[in-house]
Design a protein. Structure first.
Length: 236
């Protein structure tokens, strides 16, 4: 059993900031060669980077054509729109679903099929607590993350016997740009903290170990799991 990723090439989407950046650094720290793909290219010298608008399906197809063989695929790029359901327009719905669900599927389908041909590979989706719960005023986001959980299981069912592990990480309340509105809301932030047994918001680095584990041979018999890293939130 080893957590060493030396000799492996990993693609991390949404690697410019937050959870994606932490995942990229954790994988690199375990020895992987990391390629980042984000809405705009990062200037981080630690890994190569591509710019890709994940709301543009043709851009996602173009990204696939530029990539070398990928051993570890971390599908993390995402977006969120906070609007009551009655005001959640088609434009918001379409963008959130395209970025959060369709783009990850397109990448998993294209790069995962290559893994299946080689008989080896690790795919890790970024799910959410809203893969389990409905949330408030984020219907598109909740629907997309529920879809990610089911897609994780569906691909694991097909590819687990072909040497490809497909799993997901469900972050809890992590202090990132996506949760800034909640952090800034004194009442909501207090309510969130009162429910987290760990007693604090998570940081992106809190997720690094889970990404390394699922990317490594230590997780060779782990398939179709949506792993919460949430400070105990779901336990309450």
């Amino acid at each position: 059993m080893t957590f060493d990723l030396s000799g492996k090439t990993a693609l991390v989407t949404g690697a410019r900031r937050g959870i994606g950046r932490a995942a990229a650094r954790a994988l690199a720290g375990a020895g992987a060669e990391v390629i980042g793909a984000s809405a705009s290219a990062t200037t981080d010298d630690e890994f190569r980077s591509f710019a890709c608008d994940f709301a543009d399906r043709q851009a996602v197809y173009a990204l696939v054509e530029q990539l070398p063989a990928i051993d570890v695929l971390v599908l993390n790029a995402g977006t969120i729109e906070r609007r009551p359901a009655a005001e959640h327009g088609d434009d918001l719905w379409d963008r959130v679903l395209e970025v959060n669900l369709t783009a990850p599927f397109v990448l998993a389908r294209a790069l995962g099929s290559r893994m299946v041909e080689r008989g080896a590979g690790k795919i890790i989706f970024t799910a959410s607590l809203l893969s389990f719960q409905g949330g408030l005023t984020v219907p598109g986001y909740a629907a997309s993350k529920g879809g990610i959980a089911q897609l994780t299981k569906a691909l694991a069912n097909e590819w687990g016997s072909r040497g490809v592990n497909v799993n997901a990480i469900a972050p809890g309340y992590i202090a990132t740009d996506n949760t800034q509105a909640l952090q800034d809301d004194e009442t909501r932030s207090r309510q969130i903290l009162e429910r987290i047994p760990a007693g604090r918001w998570g940081t992106p680095d809190d997720l690094g170990g889970a990404f390394v584990f699922l990317a490594s041979s230590a997780a060779d018999y782990v398939h179709g799991v949506v792993l919460p890293v949430d400070g105990g939130w779901l336990g309450r």
